[in-house]
Design a protein around this ligand. Structure first.
Ligand code: DCP
Ligand code: CA
Length: 401
């Protein structure tokens, strides 16, 4: 099964505020701010709105819609409950992002009578417990199940029987096939290939010459062949946080304070997973949308906010000296995650004190919320962004992970 919640962010907002039920709702930001629609309720879609549309256009088309900035913690909370329900149906569960998962029903369908009946029960539980609608595709492989759930939306359930994969996929537009982005779509249409059926009969070598190694995957997918297993996602390979500013900025104090805040969020996550990082990467996007990353590999692995921010700050200073454009987005990532090497720090009392400080802050925040402690270095954010229990609400919270 491939299970995907309908209009996820917008639906969560409708659940939390019943006045919005059955009304056009747009999550992404206020219409006078720049940015794009992240999620549009189906009522808003009926009026022509869709994800990715600039908010200003959305507002012109549908001024009566309710525009909401959104906030990530709400969606994370709903997502956790959604995944917990799915886990009751089969332990073979692979979550993809917040509102989407594959579930291997093999062997568990007999409890419900059939896979179809299992999906009906699953949809009903999601409706009863979360008041959300899920669309489900059932098929013998992932790619076909995903196309089926997408096609069945909203509130859909579509099963593709074994042997029916090819006739099911063939008439659909190539844009519906996972793995085909805007660029690949243009290339294929340029070659006169418009449907998945057209694609399925293109010689493998032709696809390889245009798409390299992915050509083979496209060929298999177009033919409804996919042997990827449903696998629980492995341990995180990296942890990152980033945000887009409301207005592009050159203000060093704002940039540093934001970087400090994002570093604290990354650090808290890293320590929660009991991991240390080897590599720290700063990401910047400038006004002209050029995006750069600058990395530094640590001599000794670390997990403190001071290590993450300290390194990020040095990278930021260098980048600011090299490029004068205002900055649109800033982010920080830790990667090369390893198990802690505690013994190395035993001889270093300063490092030990920092570690104790970080874990004390983590404990307080776990108990009383992230905002229970704000560090001096993030204080410049205080006059700009509102705070709630979960921390600063940055300008475009839906785009701020
Ligand atoms: N999202 C986002 N920015 C994007 C795409 C998605 O912030 N570019 C967020 C908003 C969505 C959520 O992720 O609510 C899930 O993405 P989906 O593509 O599944 O979109 P929806 O759930 O909103 O709609 P659908 O009913 O088509 O699944
Ligand atoms: Ca969705």
């Amino acid at each position: 099964m491939h299970i995907d919640l309908d209009a996820f962010f917008a639906s969560v907002e409708q659940v939390l505020n019943p006045e919005l039920k059955d009304k056009p709702v747009v999550v992404g930001g206020r219409p006078d701010r720049r940015g794009v629609v992240a999620s549009a309720s189906y009522e808003a879609r009926a009026l022509g709105l869709h994800a990715g549309m600039p908010l200003s256009t959305a507002c012109c088309l549908c001024p009566q819609a309710t525009f909401i900035e959104g906030s990530f913690p709400k969606y994370r909370n709903a997502s956790q409950k959604f995944m917990a329900i799915l886990a009751d149906f089969s332990p073979f569960l692979e979550s993809i992002g917040l509102d989407e998962a594959y579930l291997d029903a093999t062997g568990f369908e007999s409890i419900y009578g059939s896979t179809h009946q299992m999906a009906v029960t699953l949809k009903q539980r999601i409706k009863d417990e979360l008041a959300l609608c899920a669309s489900i595709g059932i098929a013998g492989c992932k790619v076909v199940a995903k196309v089926a759930s997408e096609l069945s939306k909203p509130d859909g359930l579509l099963e593709v029987a074994a042997g029916e994969e090819h006739p099911f996929l063939a008439p659909l537009s190539i844009a519906k096939l996972p793995g085909i982005g805007k660029k690949a779509e243009r290339t294929l249409r340029g070659l006169g290939i418009n449907t998945i059926g057209n694609l399925s009969i293109v010689p493998l070598n032709t696809l390889k010459s245009h798409f390299g190694a992915s050509g083979e995957l496209l060929h298999r997918f177009a033919n409804g062949i996919d042997d990827r297993r449903v696998a629980p996602p492995g341990a995180a390979k990296s942890i990152s946080r980033e945000t887009t500013f409301g207005n592009d900025t050159k203000d060093h104090s704002l940039l540093k304070a934001t970087l400090r805040y994002l570093s604290e969020r990354v650090g808290a996550d890293l320590r929660r997973r009991s991991k240390q990082t080897r590599c720290i990467t700063l990401k910047l996007r400038y006004t002209d949308f050029t995006t750069i990353t600058r990395s530094h590999t640590l001599r000794q692995t670390g997990d403190t906010d001071q290590t993450i921010f300290g390194t990020g700050e040095k990278l930021l200073k260098k980048a600011l000296a090299q490029e004068g454009q205002p900055i649109r987005l800033i982010g920080i990532r830790v990667s090369g995650l390893v198990e802690p090497e505690k013994q190395l720090d035993m001889l270093n009392p300063a490092a030990q004190r920092l570690e104790q400080l970080n874990s004390a802050i983590d404990r307080i925040r776990k108990k009383h919320g992230f905002s229970a402690i704000q560090t001096g270095r993030t204080l410049p954010l205080k006059d700009i962004f509102p705070t709630d229990k979960d921390g600063y609400t940055l300008q475009m919270p839906n785009l701020s992970r």
